[in-house]
Design a binder for this molecule. Structure first.
Ligand SMILES: O=c1ccn([C@@H]2O[C@H](COP(=O)(O)O)[C@@H](O)[C@H]2O)c(=O)[nH]1
Length: 315
């Protein structure tokens, strides 16, 4: 089955377009988890604690969500053991039936982009054959280098039934500095969106959406709505909900008339739910995973209610 169709089926089955972001820093991991972990170096202890934390979160939420997004920066932070925790987290999430999005925001000249694509989506060529290194489902891709830098990722999507989300309009405060620059009567992000649509035509699933998606921030609701109109066959990965201030109403413009077309990522608001109101009053640090589940279920209800309120009959 096409990966993008599987994502859509998972969203419909779970009745939830929420993606949990595993942006796990050591300071988010409660002491009782860290105390159970050992290792030959502080990085190994940290990586082991992060993996234990991630497993508990995944166990608590996997029945309710279609996918997780793993932010590689928080694993690089702990050196090689951190990257092993990244790989193990992806593998564990997959074993629970989840789709895994690697937030790696990579790109380079074509030959180097090919190495990134092989590492994260495809297989690494070895002396006697090939082997997957990280074997993620989707990765985020930076389009700044142009078509020849993106093509190796698209090639890997074709060969291995994978997908990418290309940065189109990011959620951060300075995103307009380059992305909103006027180009040939449009904004730069509109021009990138046109390219994403063109690239996506080569890799359509059977449910009207392409394997080539776009990242668009919840913090720019007007642009989200505008781009939904311009990119009817492009799935959106929408970060910026929760900790960055994006609200459920802000993400509504990303959905199509069937409540599809968008997955909403929430990282800190879910994995740190046990440290934040209202959940910190109800859950102790020992119950951090239950707090994450409560936040996911709350988010799911909020999205479903907002879709109905906007006249969209979800799923
Ligand atoms: O435009 C973008 C692209 C990616 N991100 C990433 O999403 C999460 C957001 O985390 P929260 O804790 O929910 O704010 C994080 O991994 C970012 O690197 C983004 O925020 N905006």
């Amino acid at each position: 089955m096409h990966l993008i169709d599987r994502l859509i089926e998972q969203i419909i089955e779970k009745r939830n377009p929420t993606v949990v972001g595993l942006d796990t820093r050591l300071e988010y991991v409660p002491d009782h988890v860290v105390e159970r972990c050992s290792g030959a170096s502080p990085f190994e202890v940290a990586a082991s604690a992060i993996f234990e934390f991630n497993k508990a979160i995944i166990d608590a939420v996997y029945e309710h969500i279609p996918a997780v997004k793993i932010q590689v920066a928080y694993y690089e932070l702990y050196g090689p053991p951190g990257m092993e925790a990244f790989r193990l987290t992806a593998q564990y999430a997959k074993s629970k039936g989840l789709i895994v999005i690697g937030d790696i925001k990579r790109n380079d000249i074509g030959s180097t982009a090919e190495a990134y694509a092989s590492a994260y989506l495809g297989e690494t060529p070895l002396k006697n054959g090939r082997m997957p290194a990280f074997d993620l489902d989707f990765v985020t891709v930076n389009p700044y280098l142009g078509t020849d830098g993106v093509m190796p990722f698209i090639q890997a999507c074709k060969e291995y039934n994978k997908g990418i989300f290309v940065l189109v309009k990011t959620s951060n405060p300075s995103s307009g500095e380059f992305q909103d620059l006027p180009v040939e009567g449009k904004r730069l992000y509109n021009k990138v969106a046109e390219k994403v649509v063109e690239w996506g035509k080569e890799l359509m699933g059977t449910k009207g959406y392409s394997h080539i998606g776009a990242v668009i921030g919840a913090t720019y609701p007007r642009q989200l709505e505008e781009l939904r109109g311009e990119m009817p066959n492009t799935y959106f990965l929408i970060p910026g909900y929760g900790a960055q201030g994006g609200s459920v109403q802000d993400v509504m413009g990303g959905f199509d008339a069937n409540g599809l077309g968008a997955v909403i990522n929430a990282s800190r608001s879910v994995i740190c739910a046990y440290r934040r109101s209202p959940w910190k009053e109800k859950f102790s640090p020992k119950s951090f995973a239950d707090a994450a589940r409560a936040e996911v279920l709350h988010m799911k209800e909020e999205i479903e209610a907002a879709l109905s309120h906007n006249g969209i009959k979800p799923w």
